[in-house]
Design a binder for this molecule. Structure first.
Ligand code: SF4
Ligand code: SF4
Length: 467
């Protein structure tokens, strides 16, 4: 077995991978889907259907006209009942296309297998397949995958498939690697072909040895794809840490992986690319880990996108305790949600429901005891205790001097803090204030430039008249 790779900083957090042995169960599509028009980074999709329209399974129901973005598709056949604007779980207003399932499973004519072999397929064709399938980063980043491939072509020499899954509780990628390793391997081959590379790496933490063994058996010493075994340590799945662990290159703050010759795709995204290539299936379902001490039967579930959190909880036997906190994503970097009728989206990797016994409480009045644990673990080598204190005093410029914008919000400092200082909340406040300040400065600069140009024109016109 290979050497375990790792990065500087980080910490082994309690894993709680309770569902590691839970096979992926397919949840039947519900009576209604509510599909948000914005599930990716970029512009929202414009609906291609209207209330009353009949749609088929896999039909494209929205797309962006221009700019960054990827289409959305219906995961059922049925009737569009409404297109409503709602506040999503992240607080943004987004249109949702609501479809009533007719349970006829009529397949859309748009779903057509790609008939060429991979060897005969060119970059443009791969990008077209990935874009049409509406694939965006399924690890939670939700960046449109076609755009990531496009921007990496000619710039990168290292492809990394991220199967680290370092967040506690989540085992969706683990189960995917174990149950469908061939999809991840074939998706990697498609990405290698698109990027014109001769080798790619699938990075998996050493708490998933069964999946590592399965991948290595299938790869049988292949030179094209190698499995990289990562030490189980949080946040190993952060792309900066993966790049450092595998290549030894540190990604400077404010730079993208492509700036150091790397590109990273999530393992499930890779499987989605394979599905789109082999039978034309768009991204209409995904694996979600459902866990937390309130859930009766924690599971890994293949869910149709647009299903509500409530229906997913019911599929897992419902609640056995009074919930105190509901989180979409992992407990370290996920978001607490306030609406369990909100839908599962392309970026939902987990749903965690905790009682008050498990939900950690942080206090604005908590006093730092100068233990240094937050500094020791920070993977970005920051001074979280200072940042939190400066942010609390609203000294945002000093936060900027202490490089607050490099914080990746991994949550490790708050997890390690014995005094329960709300470090990440304070850091987020500082980052938001600095972003707002930069936005206003940029607007002011543009306004001054316009004023300068229009005053110059007026002066020119005046001179012309005098002449
Ligand atoms: S949340 Fe930010 S400051 Fe805290 S450990 Fe992670 S990177 Fe460091
Ligand atoms: S871990 Fe908490 S108590 Fe310790 S130095 Fe950091 S902020 Fe202070």
């Amino acid at each position: 077995m290979n050497r375990r790779l790792s990065f500087r900083g980080g910490f082994h957090v309690e894993e709680f991978k309770n569902t590691r042995k839970s096979k992926i169960q397919r949840m039947p599509a519900p009576e209604r889907l509510s599909i948000p028009t914005l599930q990716h980074i970029g512009a929202p999709c414009l609906p291609k259907v209207k209330a009353g329209d009949i749609v088929d399974y896999g039909q494209c129901i929205g797309d962006v006209n221009a700019g960054l973005g990827c289409p959305i598709h219906s995961g059922v056949s049925g009737k569009v009942v409404s297109i409503d604007e709602k506040i999503n779980v992240f607080g943004a207003k987004t249109k949702h296309i609501v479809i009533e399932n007719d349970f006829e499973d009529r397949m859309s004519q748009e779903i057509t297998p790609f008939t060429k072999s991979l060897a005969d397929t060119n970059l443009e064709e791969i990008i077209d397949i990935v874009r049409k399938a509406g694939i965006s980063g399924m690890g939670g980043a939700t960046f449109p995958t076609y755009a990531k491939i496009n921007s990496a072509v000619g710039k990168v020499n290292t492809l990394i498939i991220n199967g680290a899954e370092c967040e506690p509780y989540i085992t969706a990628d683990h189960r995917l690697l174990l149950e469908h390793p061939e999809k991840v391997i074939n998706g990697t081959k498609i990405l290698l072909k698109a990027l014109g590379l001769r080798q790619g790496f699938i990075a998996v933490e050493d708490n998933k040895l069964d999946a590592i063994n399965k991948l290595e058996d299938l790869l049988a010493g292949s030179e094209l794809i190698k499995v990289k075994i990562m030490k189980t340590k949080y946040p190993q799945g952060d792309e900066r840490q993966l790049i450092y662990a595998i290549t030894g290159t540190e990604l400077p703050a404010g730079k993208l992986p492509a700036d150091v010759g790397c590109v990273v795709f999530n393992a499930e995204t890779c499987a989605a690319i394979f599905n789109a290539f082999i039978d034309g299936t768009p991204l209409i379902e995904r694996v979600v880990t459902v866990d937390g001490d309130c859930i009766k039967t924690p599971k890994n579930v293949m869910v149709t996108i647009g299903t509500s959190y409530r229906e997913l909880i019911d599929f897992c036997g419902g609640l056995k305790k009074r919930p105190y906190k509901v989180i979409t994503g992992g407990p370290m970097m996920g978001t607490a949600i306030w609406d369990i009728d909100a839908p599962i989206t392309k970026g939902t990797s987990a749903l965690l429901v905790f009682s008050s016994n498990y939900a950690d409480l942080y206090s604005d009045t908590a006093a730092c005891i100068r233990c240094g644990r937050c500094v020791e673990g920070c993977p970005m080598h920051l001074m979280p205790a200072y940042l939190a204190s400066f942010a609390q005093n609203r000294d945002f410029d000093i936060c900027a001097e202490f490089d607050v914008m490099s914080c990746v919000e991994c949550g490790l400092c708050a997890y390690n803090c014995p005094a329960r200082v709300p470090i990440v909340q304070n850091i987020r406040t500082a980052k938001a204030a600095l972003n707002e300040k930069h936005r206003k400065e940029a607007e002011k600069k543009i306004a001054e430039e316009h004023k300068y140009i229009s005053e110059g024109k007026k002066a020119e016109n005046g001179n012309d008249k005098q002449q």
